[in-house]
Design a binder for this molecule. Structure first.
Ligand code: ARG
Length: 311
């Protein structure tokens, strides 16, 4: 294994050290797929007419996949909070979009598409409850007309102390101002150029050791060059097969990486860098353009006093 590893990539011992430094249990927010379906098309993966041909089976499959994902997180030591599903809001299941949370503050989503705008009020209510309980200090919003789809387009990089942001498909370029003001950290904005990779999280995955798995074709040439410059040897190009199956949309805590698809090549790369790979198939959600990361919102940084440290 050691020989296969490029010199400056994350070493397994580095990952182990990070795991030890993580004294908090990962706090995740999920919402069950009780009313999940593909009822409209706001990205190229979504084909409502195909869903309706086999809706019953696909709904059953969604529930099984969601339960398996939750069970996997829990077996890996995470704590999962559940946000209730709402009839008529099928994409509420994708909790990564409802906000981005850091340092006792939440910046709430402002959805581009009318189909998802109804989710905003539910997210707001839930975070207001957390605020009333004293878990968070502030609930912030982007200005009107500045779209922002939460952690789907805002990925916090604790090691580099910056927020990676996606724009050009859903979130507005200007959303970065709100993030910078809210969290007092620099942002790094990447333009998304392929409608299949409409959120940053569909083409860019940050692992706990600072490694980044990405799908180059989702970005501009300039964006790719900037990613390479910042991430260096910790950059992993996703095999085409993984990108096309939304395997890049994965969740990492400690040494564990949970994804819906993993080619042998990607598995070998991840294992050589000290990660453990967990595959949980999420076929029904893939039909909505979503996978593991979309179904999960990190709340780790929500609780006051638990921030900035560690990583
Ligand atoms: N159907 C949803 C949409 O198009 C999927 C969202 C997936 N979420 C994500 N963070 N990539 O908005």
């Amino acid at each position: 294994i050691a020989a296969a590893r490029p010199a400056a990539a994350t070493s397994p011992s580095e990952v182990t050290a990070r795991v030890k430094a993580q004294d908090t249990v990962p706090q995740l927010l999920m919402s069950p797929p009780d009313y999940f379906e593909v009822a409209y098309a706001i990205n190229p993966w979504m084909k409502p007419e195909q869903w309706s041909l086999d809706a019953k089976r696909l709904s059953r499959d969604a529930l099984a996949g969601w339960n398996a994902l939750r069970a996997r997180y829990e077996s890996l030591g995470a704590h999962v909070s559940v946000k209730p599903a709402v009839k008529g809001l099928p994409d509420l299941v994708f909790t990564a979009n409802c906000a981005v949370v850091l340092d006792g503050k939440a910046v709430m989503a402002r959805y581009l598409n009318a189909e998802r705008a109804g989710e905003e009020a539910h997210g707001q209510r839930m975070f207001e409850q957390l605020k009333a309980r004293g878990d968070i200090d502030a609930i912030l919003h982007t200005p009107e007309g500045v779209y922002f789809e939460g952690a789907g387009d805002a990925i916090y990089d604790a090691g580099r102390k910056l927020m990676w942001m996606g724009y050009g498909q859903r979130s507005s370029r200007f959303a970065h101002h709100t993030i910078e003001q809210a969290f007092g950290i620099p942002t790094f904005s990447l333009e998304l150029v392929d409608p299949h990779y409409y959120h940053l999280d569909t083409a860019f995955c940050l692992l706990s050791g600072g490694d980044v798995v990405y799908h180059p074709a989702a970005f501009t040439e300039e964006g790719r060059a900037q990613i390479r410059a910042i991430v260096g040897d910790k950059l992993i190009e996703a095999p085409q097969e993984d990108a096309e199956n939304l395997g890049v949309n994965s969740v990492c805590f400690g040494a564990d990486v949970v994804l819906c698809h993993c080619s042998d090549a990607l598995r070998a790369t991840l294992e050589a860098r000290g990660y453990r790979v967990h595959v949980v198939p999420l076929g029904s959600f893939n039909r909505s353009g979503g996978a593991a990361y979309c179904l999960t919102l990190r709340l780790d940084n929500l609780y006051k006093g638990r921030t900035r440290g560690g990583e």
